[in-house]
Each structure stands twice: as C-alpha cells, then as structure tokens.
Design a protein around this ligand. Structure first.
Ligand code: ZN
Length: 280
C-alpha cells in the first residue's frame, strides 16, 4: 500500500473513531454483513405481502381495529414521535411506507416487520397495562429489528447455509430435492432473533424512545411486566420470539445513563394516554 493511501486511511479511521466517541447515545456493533446476501428490496417486498395477508385475515375475523379506535390512535401518535429518529439507523427508512395497526387478540405480542410494518395485539396493551412510555419502548425495540435488518441478516445466513447444502447435494448427486424443501424466505412473523440482535434492539429502542421524549426507565418496568406475566402461567408470545436473557434488565439499567440526557432535553409528548384496563 502506498504511503499516501495508508496515511489517508489512518486519518479516515481516526476521524471515524472521533465521530463514534462524540456521538451521544448507546453504542452498538456495525450491522451484520450477512444481510448483504439478500437484497433489502426483496425482504421488504415479502414483508409487505405477509403484512397485508395478516391484516386481511384479521379483517375477515373482524379483529382489525378501525382508524377511529382509541388505542390505535394512541399507537399511531407514539409511532409518529419515534419514526423521525429512526432514519439515523437506516436511511432507507425515510422511504418506507410505515404502517401501524392494532389486532384484536389475547396474545401478548407486537412486531415491526422489515420496511416499517408495525402491529400490536390488544393482549399486550390490556394484559400488561402498558403506559405510553412502555409502549414506546416495545415499539422502539421492534422498530430496531426492522431498522438494523435483523430479518435480512438471518435470511442471508439461511441463504449461505442453503448454498452450502446445494454444493453438498451436488457432490452427492442429490439434485434439487433438498433445495426445494428448504424454500426461500420463510415466515417473517415467526423469526427468532439471536441474543446479539435482542441486545441491540433493547439499546437502540431505548435511545429511540428517549429521543422521542419517552422515559427510558419504562424499558425496565416493561420487561418486569413481561416476566411477571410469564410467571403467572401462559408465557407471553412476545417472549417466544424474543428469547429472555438473564442480564436483560441489568443491561438496560446500565445503558439508561447514556440516553438520560437525550430524554431530559427531548420535547415531551403534549398528549398522554391512559393505560387500558381489560374492561375497556
Ligand atoms: Zn426483539
């Protein structure tokens, strides 16, 4: 490598590290390169199809909340405060057709599919009696899975495994059978995220919420509520796709000071909504 190029690189790296340390907020590793194996457009298109299917199914069962539903108005108000802070984590998010819907179901669950397709189930709002701050923390966590393309990375890893299987099948003369059996994409709704993705979603979610004016301490009470719901029998569905980590609450607590200043200086929501009770 020529000296000038090397010197240039050193300057660039120094600039990058200064930039990183000067940033206020949580610290996370760079996104997984596995996501490069599958195109973002492809993942977002397939998510949009699955989301539309889910809404159609809910609609057919009269379980899709109309825009006038007070809890849907509440979810959309909270999402509108969070979304502008999402762009920093994924520039494509500016172009996404963000959607927020509420589905009538006892499940303690919520998700955000690639491309910004968000759904909450009434069960999570009712059974956990989430405050606005806690709703913002769930939403921020879920939005992070989409923003950091955790599904895309996982599909990339699957594609890489499939590639290896295809090479293996070719060597063994097995033909296309195993390839056909594996299929593409899988079900975006039932993806299980790994430990690192979960940590990242907790931390970036904390920051998204804080910047939007929601108290980051709500992330602690949220996971405490999840834990007590699971000890009372019938574990929340949310926990089946979001593996619980023993250190989760502790990790969140140690990161709150990093976003506390952002929260204190953030413009706070002008309207607050009451948590729902099961009778509503
Ligand atoms: Zn998660």
């Amino acid at each position: 490598m020529a000296w000038s190029v090397r010197a240039g690189l050193v300057v660039l790296l120094a600039a990058a590290s200064i930039g990183a340390s000067a940033r206020e907020g949580v610290e996370v590793a760079p996104p997984s390169i596995a996501s490069n194996l599958v195109s973002a457009e492809q993942v977002e298109r397939s998510a949009a199809q699955q989301y539309a299917q889910l809404l159609a199914q809910a609609q057919a069962k009269r379980a899709l909340a109309p825009s006038s539903h007070p809890q849907l108005i509440r979810l959309r108000a909270i999402a509108n405060r969070l979304i502008p802070h999402a762009y920093e984590w994924n520039p494509r998010a500016r172009e996404w057709q963000w959607e927020i819907n509420l589905i009538g179901s006892n499940q303690i669950n919520a998700f955000c599919m690639p491309g910004g397709k968000i759904a909450f189930f009434t069960g999570i709002l009712e059974k956990l009696k989430l405050t606005d701050d806690e709703v913002a923390m769930v939403m921020g966590h879920e939005m992070t899975h989409a923003l950091r393309e955790h599904a895309r990375a996982q599909m990339g890893k699957d594609a890489a495994t499939r590639g290896a299987i295809e090479i293996g099948s070719a060597l063994l003369g097995l033909g296309n059978l195993s390839r056909a059996a594996l299929g593409f994409g899988g079900d975006l709704l039932s993806l299980h995220y790994g430990r690192e993705d979960e940590t990242e979603a907790d931390l970036i979610g904390l920051e998204l919420g804080a910047r939007a004016g929601y108290d980051p301490h709500a992330a602690v009470t949220l996971w405490q509520k999840m834990a007590s719901a699971s000890s009372g029998g019938g574990a929340p569905e949310f926990l089946s796709t979001h593996p619980a980590r023993e250190t989760r609450i502790h990790d969140i607590e140690t990161n709150i000071p990093k976003v506390q200043g952002l929260y204190e200086r953030a413009e706070k929501p002008s309207k607050r909504f009451e948590p729902v009770s099961e009778k509503d």
